[in-house]
Ligand binder design. Sequence first.
Ligand SMILES: Cc1cc2nc3c(=O)[nH]c(=O)nc-3n(C[C@H](O)[C@H](O)[C@H](O)COP(=O)(O)OP(=O)(O)OC[C@H]3O[C@@H](n4cnc5c(N)ncnc54)[C@H](O)[C@@H]3O)c2cc1C
Length: 361
Amino acid sequence: MLYSTRRYEAFEREFACEPGAGQVLVQNGYLFLYEDPARAADPATAATRWDAAKANVAMQRAAGLRDVELLDAAQTDARFVHVDASKLIGATFCPSDGFLRPDVIYMEGFRRVEELGGVVRQNEPVTAGVFDSRDLLVGVRTGRGAEVRADLFIDATNAWSPRLSETLHAEVLPISALKRYLYFLQRGPSLTGQQLRDMPMTITPRRAYCRPENEDQLLLGWAHDSPAQDDFDWADQDVIEPPFFHKSGLENYGTALWMELADSMPPLMEFDGLRATTAGFYAVTPDHNPYLGFNPRQPRLLHAVGFSGHGAMMGPFTAAAATAMALAGQTLHSIELDGRTVDLAALRVGRTAKRSEGMVI
Ligand SMILES: Cc1cc2nc3c(=O)[nH]c(=O)nc-3n(C[C@H](O)[C@H](O)[C@H](O)COP(=O)(O)OP(=O)(O)OC[C@H]3O[C@@H](n4cnc5c(N)ncnc54)[C@H](O)[C@@H]3O)c2cc1C
């Protein structure tokens, strides 16, 4: 992730953007809040979470993320005007964490690919494979009737990967589509536009989160138990089921999320209300880590899929790892990045999940 941060910081220069047009990373920081076990309804869980937070900070610092801080309740109170620290034992804060502007990344990325001689084909899905006499993939057919032959195909379809693998006579990787919702909350008089814009991404003890979208709106999210929807179609990703729609009475999930956030951030109680709900699928793997590597059955098919809700932050790292494997023509067990050897065992296709990524929200 340190590598990804550096590359996003350099995006404007590396993608030769017009000055000011390529700032894709907003580094307001991430602030995780932790309940005081002495005041919590479930003291044991609160204590376990605070111990885990301290261990995470130690791990992150050891891995080179030196600016991550552990704060007590008084420090949290003094530094973050939007937070009520009276029920907290403390917080962790990493100022170089941030949020991305995916629309800019996509548009500037497309522009740069074309400038460098690449061809972008939109609204043209792969619908079939072309195989040699041994059933090995040598080409693909598209929804527009084109046939494309190549030495290498990179599967970057994430939640759609299992069905693409079936189409391409490849081993299907265990990836499930889980629905997640985001909400937009309109600012009220309790915070100025500047205060809102400067807010870090703030995560409550129960893992609800919010971050500024602009001076007038916060973006809110909260993971919930949801069944896998593996037979979803193109339109399903935008469907908002009634219990999750912000205009469905007072009992909807968006309103519950707003109240949960206001419990830790009282100024939000005076905000003007939810304005919109949006949704998408997490492409979830058993251990919440992606798959980076060649398909065991199709030697020309390289997967970079299964990002489990943290694929945007992994983008530059994924590109570096996939490029190294594409050039090597085989799955690599480690790569060199900025002078460090990065072990890829946790991302191997066909691994057995022993430990899970615990920081996904
Ligand atoms: C609500 C929500 C919040 C999130 N928050 C964060 C966050 O805070 N931080 C973070 O890092 N990540 C976050 N993510 C996850 C992040 O959005 C994804 O991990 C990331 O977008 C994955 O990018 P991708 O390019 O691998 O896949 P996608 O962006 O899903 O793109 C896959 C593409 O493949 C295309 N496709 C499918 N089938 C075919 C086919 N047969 N032929 C050709 N093309 C095909 C699809 O049309 C799609 O465009 C969030 C996701 C959601 C839903």
